[in-house]
Design a protein around this ligand. Structure first.
Ligand code: MTE
Length: 320
């Protein structure tokens, strides 16, 4: 049911995170791995995963993978944003608006027995037990750039599975044109939902079916070789690397297949500032910010932002 996924070059996002030598090694590795019918994507980049394959394979509920190591791969490691930055500077408005507070406030999020409600235009609405789902779907690792609309960015190793795999399992009806995602609502554990009770909770995001089934659209359950941190969207979040970070909705509670583009959280809060697509387009000022430049977490200098966050080669066809 789950074929080998050998994507092109985006695992290590574009040339700024890939040396030619590394890319060539990677191709060689893919060639070898393809013959074995294993999860070539994960292993192609991180050969150390070969030893970890039994741990995270089809029979495991461990959603973290191993961090890369080994000769030739130090290149990627040096490009990754330090985990202590990615896990201490978070947007998760359910837990407040102060980025530096989220990590400790989010510890209250109860992660046990997480279930996702599947609703709307789908063959069989159901409640998905996440642990059981993770026993069925092979996990893979992907390094993506995350570009926040606020002009900071990060390079993060995620683990998880392509959203398309899940959509295929759920069998949406042909009338489904969009996928709508919702985060939990629980003001008793999420102080932001209590303090700013008038905001349009739950946090809602959405993708067209074409976007949702694109190779790059990813459901993350782990990062930096372990399960997702609560503050980064545990136990399961979306990662859509060519769009502003707010599309990458955290701690998903509901997936609904719908006919019309859903009204998203930010569109509802500020319709003049936000749109549904929210693709990274540096030449177009967006929300309150000039989008031409960005600063990687941990760096002080600005760098030029790239169209579709560097993934133009892969996604332009979605919009032409
Ligand atoms: N998801 C939910 N449910 N609530 C949020 O406030 N913030 C978004 C996105 N997903 C947000 C969310 C924004 S603005 C960004 S930039 C990213 O999460 C940040 O992800 P990170 O904290 O893991 O870096």
């Amino acid at each position: 049911m789950f074929g080998i996924n050998i994507p092109p070059t985006w695992n290590i996002p574009e040339s700024d995170a890939t040396s030619e030598e590394l890319y060539l090694n990677r191709r060689k590795f893919l060639g070898n791995m393809g013959r074995f019918g294993v999860n070539a994507l994960a292993f192609s980049m991180f050969p150390s995963l070969l030893t970890a394959s039994k741990v995270f394979g089809a029979n495991s509920s461990d959603s973290g993978l191993t961090i890369p190591s080994g000769k030739g791969f130090s290149d990627i490691q040096s490009k990754l944003t330090m985990e202590n930055l990615v896990s201490r500077y978070n947007n998760f408005y359910e837990f407040g608006t102060n980025k530096n507070d989220v990590w400790h406030l989010a510890k209250k999020l109860p992660l046990e027995k997480w279930a996702i409600k599947v609703e709307g235009l789908v063959k069989k609405p159901k409640v998905l037990d996440l642990d059981k789902l993770l026993q069925k779907i092979p996990l893979e690792q992907r390094v993506y750039r995350l570009r926040c609309v606020e002009t900071w960015s990060a390079i993060i190793p995620w683990s998880g599975f392509p959203l398309r795999e899940l959509i295929n399992m759920l069998e949406p009806l042909s009338s489904a044109r969009y996928v709508k995602f919702k985060t939990f609502v629980n003001p008793n554990i999420a102080p932001g939902q209590k303090a700013r009770f008038w905001e349009p909770w739950p946090y809602v995001e959405g993708l067209s079916m074409a976007e949702a089934t694109h190779d790059l659209s990813f459901m993350a359950t782990g990062m930096y070789g372990h399960k997702l941190n609560p503050q980064n969207g545990a136990p399961i979040r979306l990662v859509v690397p060519w769009k502003y970070g707010f599309k990458s909705i955290k701690s998903i509670d509901v997936i609904e297949f719908v006919k019309e583009p859903p009204n998203t959280f930010w569109q509802t809060v500020s319709p003049l500032d936000y749109d549904f697509l929210a693709n990274v387009e540096p030449d177009v000022p967006y929300a309150k910010w000039d989008q031409r430049f960005e600063t990687l977490l941990g760096k002080s200098e600005k760098e030029k932002s790239a169209l579709y966050n560097g993934y133009a080669r892969h996604v332009t066809k979605l919009y032409s």
